[in-house]
Design a protein around this ligand. Structure first.
Ligand SMILES: *[C@@H]1O[C@H](CO)[C@@H](O)[C@H](O)[C@H]1NC(C)=O
Length: 137
């Protein structure tokens, strides 16, 4: 009985995330401060001049990102060492899923995540790196 209650609590905790305040861009490019209980990290897609991708900020949790990978990596810290941000470059190749996607090129997605309130407030990659370093002096 107690084990079952503990298991249910664990599942609820995992699904809810830890709650964090993040900046979030809306469809018009305006940025709002948002507190969403399902988020555990704030994310930034920096704008890049080399491709038609506008920058975007948002929050992520277990419902909309693979946060277990972040949980593990941010946990690799000790008295002298801290991971302040994780940036990930992903490739999605849907051609391996179905012949329907034969003509699709792979998609590449880049983003950085950080783990404290409002840590994604910068709007360029270099401003983000500088801000995260400043805020963790
Ligand atoms: C919280 O964030 C999730 C994932 O980004 C989203 O689906 C949901 O609508 C948001 N909830 C609120 C109240 O904004």
């Amino acid at each position: 009985m107690y084990l079952r209650v503990a298991a249910v609590l664990l599942v609820v905790f995992a699904a809810v995330g830890h709650s964090i305040i993040c900046y979030e861009s809306d469809n018009t490019g305006l940025v709002h401060e948002v507190n969403n209980a399902s988020w555990s990290y704030c994310a930034l897609i920096p704008p890049m001049t080399s491709r038609p991708v506008t920058g975007r900020v948002f929050g992520v949790g277990p419902n909309n990102d693979w946060t277990e990978a972040y949980d593990h990596t941010f946990g690799l810290k000790d008295r002298y060492y801290n991971i302040l941000s994780i940036c990930i470059l992903e490739k999605y190749d849907f051609r391996t899923l179905s012949p329907q996607f034969t003509n699709h090129s792979p998609e590449f997605l880049f983003r950085c995540v950080c783990n404290y309130d409002r840590c994604n407030h910068a709007n360029t990659f270099s401003a983000y790196i500088n801000a995260v370093e400043m805020e963790n002096q």
